[in-house]
Design a binder for this molecule. Structure first.
Ligand SMILES: [Zn+2]
Length: 433
């Protein structure tokens, strides 16, 4: 597994002073969170517990650090860290840091380039939760632009952010804003949108794939749209909201859509649209942006719970759905869904074929990594399985920029499991070579 990271940091000191600071290896290591050099063997060899960090990504291991190069002329420092973590993974990080002159005499830039290799394996890191937009389609229903970062006319900033985060490929999706559009408008909108998504991906085929869009409010049309998208346009996945204009995804009227997704074998990326029904009550108002902070994962929790309890997942056993934000709150409290069947047998039913928690593990449901801490990701994996997890960044929304780091620092995973989460599972599901 190998991850490449590039990052530029502006510094407020002149380049000579910055270089002096950088060459003080114990001090430089001391600036890295979690790093401690315990022993200096000689001028270029150190021992320690090291967390090498460049920008948002880091690799942590106990081992040796060797200074491979220290070139005062080019002001370049090259460090090689090697070691093993407690799980038996071997890891190495080759870090090159160069001080460049800044815009004026009193400033400079630290340019970091790092490559992380785990057990010598190379993996393509794939982000399954990355947003974009197609303004031409939005104009058809006068939908406003939510954030400039969604635009794809200049992808250089997006690709630089991907490089800094160690992301090789983004699977682009568009949050549904068209679920209340009439059939004719919805048909035109989806056609324009899907064709433009194909153009986005074709312009950078190594960096982007996309989830097709579909007008779920017209389920038969949506089934045709996803069939066209897969068979004619080459999509391998389709995006859906967590509800459709107030209707649950488990509503039987959506069965034709699910049947088509199952038949085509496409991955469905499910992203919440918030819980708008709660908003008029004011309960999600006030401080905390609760419409998003709680509202989004809550909608995912409700949608998944209905898909399980209403038997949708039983009816379409080949369906594969990836839920955003680690599946919302459901994996954190899934055992309550089993408990209600035991504790209130007269008040539930008809019942799904399996215990609700089994659906989190049995290969129909997948989850992204947006749960913020190694402990949270460890728990999500304990409830779902390492094969059900894929990286999500929520780009361009700034919830996180450290998902590769998160996967590398989550305890209890084998190298194979880390490789699967970083990109192996997404590559299989989305047909990325
Ligand atoms: Zn998102």
């Amino acid at each position: 597994m190998e991850v490449k990271l590039d990052k530029r940091y502006p510094l407020d000191v002149d380049s000579a002073r910055a270089w002096k600071l950088l060459t003080d290896v114990p001090a430089t290591a001391g600036c890295m969170p979690g790093a401690a050099i315990t022993e200096k063997l000689d001028d270029t060899h150190y021992k320690g517990s090291v967390k090498v960090k460049v920008g948002p990504a880091s690799a942590a291991f106990a081992g040796d650090i060797e200074v491979l190069a220290l070139d005062a002329t080019t002001r370049t420092l090259q460090l090689l860290g090697k070691g093993a973590d407690r799980g038996g993974s071997s890891a190495s990080m080759n870090l090159t840091a160069t001080i460049e002159s800044g815009g004026d005499a009193a400033s400079s830039v630290l340019v970091g380039h790092a490559e992380v290799v785990v057990n010598g394996k190379r993996v393509k890191t794939i982000d399954v939760h990355a947003h974009c937009c197609v303004p031409k389609a939005m104009a058809l229903v006068k939908h406003p632009l939510e954030a400039p970062g969604l635009l794809m006319d200049d992808t250089s900033v997006r690709i630089a952010a991907m490089d800094a985060q160690g992301i090789d490929v983004e699977a682009l999706s568009i949050n549904p804003y068209w679920y209340r559009a009439e059939r004719d408008v919805a048909a035109e909108l989806i056609e324009v949108q899907n064709e433009t998504l194909v153009e986005f991906c074709a312009a950078n085929p190594d960096r982007f794939v996309a989830f097709a869009t579909a007008a779920l409010q017209h389920p038969e049309l949506a089934a045709e749209q996803v069939e066209h998208a897969v068979k004619k346009l080459g999509f391998r996945g389709v995006g859906v909201g967590g509800s459709v204009a107030g209707e649950e995804l488990a509503n039987p009227r959506f069965h034709p859509f699910w049947a088509k997704c199952e038949e085509l074998g496409v991955l469905v990326f499910m992203h919440p649209l918030g819980t708008r029904e709660l908003e008029p009550s004011g309960r999600l108002g006030g401080s905390g942006l609760l419409t998003n902070t709680i509202g989004n994962p809550l909608e995912t929790t409700i949608a998944l719970s209905h898909l399980i309890f209403e038997g949708t997942l039983d009816r379409f056993p080949g369906l594969k759905i990836c839920a955003a934000h680690g599946g919302g709150f459901l994996p954190s409290y899934a055992n309550r869904s089993d408990a209600v069947i035991r504790c209130f047998p007269d008040r539930v039913g008809p019942l799904p074929k399996k215990n609700p928690t089994a659906y989190l593990k049995d290969g129909q449901l997948f989850f992204d990594t947006i749960v913020f801490t190694p402990e949270a990701l460890r728990h999500l994996i304990a409830e779902t399985g390492p094969g059900q997890i894929m990286i999500g960044t929520d780009y361009p929304f700034p919830w996180t920029s450290t998902e590769v780091d998160l996967v590398l620092s989550t305890p209890g995973l084998s190298d194979e499991q880390r490789v699967a989460i970083l990109g192996g599972t997404a590559a299989k599901l989305l047909g990325i070579k």
